[in-house]
Structure formats: C-alpha cells, structure tokens
Write a protein that binds this ligand. Structure first.
Ligand SMILES: CC(C)(COP(=O)(O)OP(=O)(O)OC[C@H]1O[C@@H](n2cnc3c(N)ncnc32)[C@H](O)[C@@H]1OP(=O)(O)O)[C@@H](O)C(=O)NCCC(=O)NCCS
Length: 181
C-alpha cells in the first residue's frame, strides 16, 4: 500500500523529531534519529520486538537465522551508516519504546506507481506503549523523514495475519492493494 508524500520540514540527524509536540512531555517517549554508536542496543531491541511479534509464527531455526541475518549489531551499524536508510527511535524513560526504519531504493510492488517511493520497512511499538498514541507520533515522524529522503510516496507491506497492524494502518490515509507474495 502507498500514500502520497506529506510536506515536511528539515530535521537534523540527532535533533529530537517531535520534542515540542503535544503528548511529548518528559513521561512520553522522545522521537529522534538513531546514532551509529547505538547499534548494539538497537540490535537487542529489534531482536526482541521481532521475536515478540512474530516468533511464535516461525520455526525456531528459521527464526534464529533471520534474527542473526537481519538484526545483528554489525548489520545495524551498517544500516545506520547507510544514506538510503533512516532509523527513528522512540526513547522512553526506561529505554527504547519503539522504532521505525525507512529505506530508499528498494523495489516496490507494481501497484506503487508514484515517483521516488520510500519503503516503510519496519515499524514497531513496544507492548507497554501500544494503544497510547506512540504509533501515530512515530508515523508522523516517518512522514517527515520520507520528505527529507526526497520521497514522492511511502509504501509498506503488511502480513495478512497481522490484524492489529492492519487496523492501525487502516486508520491512516493509505491506498490499499490486496495481494499476497
Ligand atoms: C503495528 C503497531 C505499531 C501499531 O501500534 P498500536 O499502538 O498497536 O496502534 P493502535 O493501538 O493505535 O492501533 C491498533 C488498532 O488495532 C486494534 N487492535 C488491537 N488488537 C487487535 C487485534 N488483535 N486485532 C485487530 N485489531 C486490534 C486497536 O483497537 C486499534 O484500533 P482502534 O484505535 O480503532 O481501537 C503495533 O501494534 C506493533 O508494534 N505491532 C507489532 C509489530 C508490527 O506488527 N509491526 C508492523 C509490521 S507491518
């Protein structure tokens, strides 16, 4: 599915993304770009997020291989230094509360016909923060980053057996295309 580009203003790489926005007081997670030196912490968080969300749907060997390949600290270090990838983190009082990753240059499905598509590659909110509006704030930051990446549209894939994510995306102004791959 895809959505038109939002307008956005420039942000620096480590400046808080929505530090002054409503719902972003000290008790609320702050959104900012992740730093390369945070690769190890991100690796652990991403591994836990994926395992909690999808671990039960995968066989343990496949899961372990996927986690090693996709979320190792070395892999995160590389991705954090990649100019075509953006990682936005939500940082709560007790540590990471969620994250989103965008990438430019991945091949979108044929339904995405807008120019300069950017992929919303990963999008996770930790359990204590679900249902509290953090996902909406994170999505707003994603739209700003898409504009900064020069994106003309934003697209994502969601698993048909992920009703909560589908319900979340349905609340946004996405154009949907139902097909499996
Ligand atoms: C997807 C995600 C970021 C959304 O954040 P969230 O805080 O859960 O989002 P919200 O609560 O605002 O919206 C979820 C909606 O699903 C509904 N919902 C909750 N559990 C549900 C379920 N089991 N089935 C269907 N809908 C469900 C909620 O009621 C809510 O709708 P509402 O606002 O109309 O009541 C978060 O759930 C998450 O991190 N999930 C695991 C990772 C994931 O799937 N990422 C997306 C990969 S494409």
């Amino acid at each position: 599915m895809s959505r038109p580009k939002s307008s956005g203003t420039g942000i620096g790489p480590v400046r808080p993304i929505d530090g002054g926005a409503p719902g972003s007081g000290p008790e609320h997670p702050r959104l900012r770009a992740a730093r390369v030196e945070e690769a190890a912490a991100l690796s652990a968080f991403m591994t836990r997020m994926f395992t909690e969300a999808f671990g039960a749907d995968n066989n343990p060997d496949d899961l372990a291989m996927y986690l090693r390949r996709s979320y190792s600290a070395a892999r995160q270090r590389k991705e954090l230094g990649d100019p075509d990838i953006r990682t936005i983190i939500a940082e709560g009082p007790a540590g990471l509360a969620g994250y989103a990753m965008l990438r430019r240059g991945s091949v979108p499905p044929p339904v995405v016909t807008q120019p300069d598509p950017v992929e919303l590659w990963r999008f996770y909110v930790d359990t204590p923060w679900k249902g509290g509006g953090l996902a909406q704030r994170l999505m707003k930051a994603v739209r700003h980053e898409t504009a900064l990446l020069g994106g003309g549209s934003l697209w994502l894939s969601v698993w048909e057996r992920n009703p909560r994510a589908i319900a979340f995306y349905r609340k946004g102004s996405w154009m949907w295309d139902r097909r499996s791959s």
